[in-house]
Design a protein around this ligand. Structure first.
Ligand code: NDP
Length: 335
């Protein structure tokens, strides 16, 4: 359907990630641009329309969003809403016949994620998850070293991502909107890293919630959680995520060497080293690299890259939910 023009992307939900990262990226991307917006806030519609030269006919709200089906300038709908809203908007976008990018975590349950994959398949549209680190050089190097066994078999991974959360009233601290705490928000990157470094799926998980030291913020979501997993080739993983500790690192121990990224997962600049010395890799804007990567592949093949597709998001949802089940029950959960 693409006639050599840039792919038109419509962002749904103009919050901080859409504004400070994705819109910025879409001004720099080669194969796609910001063609439309979907917002519940009229003042943002006016501001974005002026700033990005978006015509009125490409501006929607949550009520009239389905009319996007008739808009030929929109190729891809990109859902950047609070987690519990991803399911509804991905389903509506698929029904409108649009390809869909969805932010992480894909959904707040395995059932929803399965429905999202099925709906996009049925509508014959692509579904991708906004896994920016799949296009980031330091994480790609960790993936290469792990999967290609550059330092031999991976035996152990330590992966941690946490930050100190601010505003106690934000949606991230409300289970109904977030589906969980730091595990859903940033721990997902640790789960992702264990999967792309080993190139395998975990066999089982055990997990423990950390103490609640702040009853105001952590009334409905966890404050922190640790987990352990085993992979088929015997790699063990120790993971930790928190909304009270600032930590961001990946340590990979293999039979003949090691790799360490720190900072590993944030917007960077990331840093890393191996036993051979500092990693000298390009510092990129993650969201620009991601959108370029996805749109180049889509333009060439009609598909989103398989490593960020809906099935990959679904696999992560199964693991996140197993971690919660293990932490709640105190039992080892098989996957
Ligand atoms: P924000 O709270 O900053 O923005 C969310 C936006 O969603 C709001 O501004 C609003 O936009 C819209 N919205 C609609 N209904 C609600 C509601 N009930 N409560 C709150 N907002 C609502 O969140 P973020 O931008 O930080 O996060 C959005 C998504 O992006 C999340 O899924 C998050 O996990 C993901 N994310 C991914 C990152 C990454 O690195 N890949 C980094 C940060 C976030 P409007 O006014 O236009 O209607």
């Amino acid at each position: 359907t693409n006639t050599g023009r840039k792919l038109g992307i419509a962002l749904v939900g103009l919050g901080s990630y859409a504004k400070n990262q994705l819109a910025v990226a879409l001004e720099k991307t080669d194969d796609c641009y910001l063609a439309g917006i979907v917002t519940g806030t009229p003042a943002k519609a006016a501001e974005w329309s002026r700033k990005y030269n978006i015509p009125q006919k490409n501006i929607y709200n949550y009520q009239n969003f389905d009319e996007i089906a008739n808009n030929k300038e929109i190729d891809i709908v990109y859902v950047v809403l609070p987690n519990s809203m991803h399911h509804e908007y991905v389903l509506r976008a698929a029904k409108a016949g649009k390809h869909v990018m969805c932010e992480k975590p894909m959904s707040v349950s395995v059932k929803e994620a399965e429905e999202m994959v099925a709906a996009c398949k049925k509508a014959n549209v692509q579904l991708g998850i906004g896994y920016r680190l799949h296009f980031e050089p330091f994480n790609l190097e960790a993936k290469r070293i792990g999967q290609q066994k550059v330092f031999g078999d991976v035996r152990f991974l330590q992966t941690n991502f946490g930050f100190s959360i601010g505003d106690p009233t934000q949606w991230r601290l409300k289970h109904a909107l977030a589906g969980g705490g730091p595990l859903m928000d940033v721990g997902i990157y640790c789960v992702q890293a264990s999967r792309y470094v080993t190139g395998e799926e975990p066999l089982w998980v055990t997990a423990q919630f950390g103490p609640v030291t702040d009853k105001e913020r952590f009334a409905t979501v966890e404050e922190s959680v640790s987990w352990q997993m085993q992979f088929p080739n015997n790699a063990m993983v120790n993971g930790f995520t928190s909304y009270k500790s600032n930590i961001e690192q990946l340590y990979v121990s293999a039979s003949r060497g090691w790799l360490q990224l720190g900072p590993a997962y944030g917007y960077g600049p990331l840093k890393g080293r191996t036993q051979e010395g500092e990693l000298n890799l390009p510092i990129v804007h993650h969201q620009t690299a991601m959108l370029n990567g996805i749109c180049k592949e889509f333009t060439a093949t009609g598909k989103f890259p398989a490593h960020i597709n809906g099935e990959e998001g679904l696999k992560d949802m199964r693991i996140l939910m197993a971690i919660y089940e293990a932490a709640r029950s105190g039992k080892k959960v098989s996957l």
